[in-house]
Design a protein around this ligand. Structure first.
Ligand SMILES: *[C@@H]1O[C@H](CO)[C@@H](O)[C@H](O)[C@H]1NC(C)=O
Ligand SMILES: *[C@@H]1O[C@H](CO)[C@@H](O)[C@H](O)[C@H]1NC(C)=O
Ligand SMILES: *[C@@H]1O[C@H](CO)[C@@H](O)[C@H](O)[C@H]1NC(C)=O
Ligand SMILES: *[C@@H]1O[C@H](CO)[C@@H](O)[C@H](O)[C@H]1NC(C)=O
Ligand SMILES: *[C@@H]1O[C@H](CO)[C@@H](O)[C@H](O)[C@H]1NC(C)=O
Ligand SMILES: *[C@@H]1O[C@H](CO)[C@@H](O)[C@H](O)[C@H]1NC(C)=O
Ligand SMILES: *[C@@H]1O[C@H](CO)[C@@H](O)[C@H](O)[C@H]1NC(C)=O
Ligand SMILES: *[C@@H]1O[C@H](CO)[C@@H](O)[C@H](O)[C@H]1NC(C)=O
Ligand SMILES: *[C@@H]1O[C@H](CO)[C@@H](O)[C@H](O)[C@H]1NC(C)=O
Ligand SMILES: *[C@@H]1O[C@H](CO)[C@@H](O)[C@H](O)[C@H]1NC(C)=O
Ligand SMILES: *[C@@H]1O[C@H](CO)[C@@H](O)[C@H](O)[C@H]1NC(C)=O
Ligand SMILES: *[C@@H]1O[C@H](CO)[C@@H](O)[C@H](O)[C@H]1NC(C)=O
Ligand SMILES: [Cu+2]
Length: 561
């Protein structure tokens, strides 16, 4: 039953992929509650069209996508098309109170954007409160018609969405933490395509296992997406090597790996050759967390199942288990990230800024906020350059476009106001300042941004996601960034191009991008708990003087606050 069901789902996905044609893609998203049975008990969750995970958006490079989102919930809603460049169409980006006011109960808003110069795997998710815990789905951008992949054509393509599941209502989980001042409860399990699998502490019916049927000798493209709220993950398939070919919808030089490390907000496409003995093999996802913070360490599993003749059986009944790296295996994660290189071919060049117009140095880390009603009189918070971001009550993009003053300032510090040993003993006063402060960038300026983790409260890993741009990760390391020595080792030829960088625990990452997209663009930690605590800010990119270098006017149905 389980295998048949899953096979059916996989086939449906494949059929849709094959029939994508034309230039205009229309989708209807109804945000509604749905009772689902997961982890052996029923629970009402927020879904799109009653589906969990939500529907896949299929498009080709160059297509215009229209998604009419209608909110049938008591919650406000907004949806982010994570990794889509949104050239001049910030109105369709989605983060609530940054580029739009939320879609309120009973209202609709049609997101309208064109996919330019991107192909590969991305995903969409809610961008308000913690609703993305269940409101997420894949975005598959196929190459233009008659353009092939820069790797052998796979027999089939399968999306593998990694997620995190709470038995409790996620809003209750974060609200409880904000009241007490401590860290929120960790999730109850990880999931693969919404299902936890039979291992871990949950013994669930097999209908909760995702199964991928494969034919021996064929090659499969797995589009792996980390939609988890707070956990970076290792992903591994027993006895099968994975060949990485793309990350964050950018082709890479291909390389073989035993396991993939993937931070929340990242996507990774791998080729898997079904070249083992016919049988059943677990694929598994488990946390990578090398900092001393509470995490969900449960292993989510799915099954890779070889198709065999009817009535024949496998030589063994056991399902092979992968040797997934331990949760604190920093070197496996670092080696994987260091192996990533842009493809940088004639057709897909890596346009790395070779010079820099604007140099930014941002510390990212935890902090303390006073809170008289909290248990210890204080609350854990988080900040960038000692600024813990305060959410505005109208959208920043609207304030920028209409010249409304008093909503934000553009004096976000270019460097930490008080330098200290970022990865050593922190200063005594851990209270961060607060503000809705942004960084102004002139059109087309070349920006270098070093993201430095701090050891305030504890060093921790931070997957930093930038909206509106891809960036090149030109360098990274442990300890404090050295502005004299480290740039000498920057890769300015074929560094990985992404929209989310996993800044190492107790380390730094240097990114470069060209500010060629006017608008207001959010940058934040993709660990939802850190974002809630204030680890976020935004860039205002000015309009250029030329044609097609200004933000387009807002659509008529843009939600109002
Ligand atoms: C969903 O399931 C819960 C728990 O079983 C139940 O209390 C609730 O009435 C159900 N809601 C709907 C809309 O069916
Ligand atoms: C979006 O869907 C809603 C609800 O079905 C409908 O009322 C509205 O007209 C649709 N908007 C567009 C632009 O089609
Ligand atoms: C979508 O936006 C484009 C401009 O980017 C506009 O020309 C087009 O009319 C819009 N489509 C709809 C259905 O609103
Ligand atoms: C794709 O290739 C086929 C076969 O060569 C050709 O008939 C068709 O016109 C091409 N389509 C496009 C959009 O280039
Ligand atoms: C968080 O975990 C504690 C301890 O297990 C439990 O008592 C509490 O109810 C949980 N909170 C939520 C919102 O589920
Ligand atoms: C309060 O402080 C104690 C001692 O430092 C710590 O163990 C506990 O986790 C804190 N509780 C909260 C909710 O911050
Ligand atoms: C997972 O975490 C729990 C609670 O912190 C702990 O008891 C258990 O030993 C951990 N399991 C593994 C495999 O690390
Ligand atoms: C497979 O098994 C079923 C049920 O035992 C039987 O009816 C069928 O004839 C078998 N088919 C083959 C090809 O042996
Ligand atoms: C905002 O200010 C800019 C520059 O001064 C001006 O070009 C634009 O028309 C103003 N927009 C509005 C809506 O007032
Ligand atoms: C910063 O602190 C680390 C860890 O304690 C130490 O190894 C390093 O020498 C310190 N760096 C400076 C410049 O003081
Ligand atoms: C952060 O800002 C607060 C409030 O202005 C200040 O008290 C504190 O010293 C600052 N800390 C650092 C490390 O700059
Ligand atoms: C929904 O958003 C509107 C506009 O920002 C706000 O006034 C309202 O309080 C929000 N409703 C809820 C339930 O948060
Ligand atoms: Cu973080």
């Amino acid at each position: 039953m389980s295998a048949v069901c899953s096979m059916f789902v996989v086939l449906l996905l494949l059929v849709s992929a094959a029939t994508v044609e034309g230039k205009l893609k229309n989708y209807k998203f109804d945000i509604q509650l749905k009772n689902v049975s997961r982890l052996c008990h029923a629970k009402s969750i927020v879904t799109v069209n009653g589906q969990f995970p939500g529907p896949t958006i299929y498009a080709r490079e160059g297509d215009t996508v229209l998604i009419n989102v209608t909110n049938h919930l008591k919650y406000n809603m907004s949806i982010h098309w994570h990794g889509i460049r949104q050239l001049r169409t910030g109105w369709a980006d989605g983060p609530a109170y940054i580029t739009q006011c939320p879609v309120q109960t009973g209202q609709s808003y049609t997101y309208n954007f064109t996919i330019t110069g991107q192909r590969g795997t991305l995903f969409w998710h809610a961008h308000i409160l913690w609703l993305r815990a269940t409101v997420y789905g894949p975005i598959v951008i196929l190459p233009k018609v008659n353009v092939s992949y820069p790797f052998p054509k796979p027999h089939k393509e399968i999306t593998v969405m990694l997620g995190e599941w709470w038995n409790a209502d996620v809003e209750a989980v974060i609200n409880e933490a904000m009241k007490s001042g401590g860290a929120p409860n960790v999730s109850d399990t990880h999931t693969i395509n919404g299902k936890p699998g039979p291992l871990g502490t949950f013994t669930c019916p097999t209908k909760d296992t995702f199964v991928i049927p494969v034919q021996q000798g064929k090659t499969y493209l797995l589009r792996i997406i980390n939609a988890a709220l707070n956990d970076e993950l290792f992903f591994d398939v027993a006895r099968h090597k994975l060949k990485v070919v793309e990350v964050d919808a950018v082709y890479t030089k291909s390389f073989d790996t035993k396991s993939v490390v993937i931070a929340p907000g990242q996507t990774t496409n791998v080729l898997l050759q079904a070249n083992q003995k016919p049988g059943r093999y677990f694929m598994a996802a488990r946390t990578y967390m090398d900092a001393p913070v509470p995490v969900d360490n449960r292993t989510a599993t799915a099954i890779l199942q070889y198709m065999i003749a009817p009535n024949s059986s496998f030589s063994s009944n056991t399902i092979a288990m992968p040797q997934i790296p331990s949760p604190k295996d920093t070197s496996s994660a670092t080696n994987f990230n260091n192996a990533l290189r842009s493809l940088n071919s004639a057709q897909y060049p890596a346009k790395v800024p070779q010079t820099v117009d604007r140099t930014l140095f941002f510390t990212v880390g935890l902090a303390i906020d006073s809170c008289t009603t909290c248990i210890n009189g204080s609350r854990i918070s988080a900040a960038i350059n000692n600024v813990s971001f305060v959410m505005p009550t109208i959208a920043l993009l609207q304030a920028h476009f209409q010249n409304i003053t008093g909503v934000f300032t553009t004096d976000f510090p270019d460097k930490p106001p008080t330098p200290f040993n970022y990865t050593g003993i922190p200063p005594k006063n851990l209270i961060a300042s607060k503000g809705t402060r942004l960084t102004r960038l002139s059109y087309n300026s070349k920006v270098q941004l070093v993201l430095q983790d701090t050891s305030v409260l504890t060093a921790d890993n931070h997957p930093i996601h930038l909206h509106g741009f891809n960036f090149f990760i030109v360098g990274s390391g442990f300890g404090n960034y050295d502005p004299i020595k480290d740039p000498k080792n920057f890769n300015l030829v074929d560094p990985p191009e992404r929209n989310t960088v996993a800044v190492p625990t107790g380390g730094w990452s240097a990114i470069r991008f060209t500010a060629d997209n006017p608008g207001v663009w959010f940058m934040h930690c993709h660990l939802e708990v850190h974002t809630t605590w204030g680890l976020k800010m935004a860039f205002v990119v000015e309009n250029g003087n030329g044609p097609n270098q200004s933000i387009l006017p807002p659509p008529n149905d843009l939600p109002k606050c």
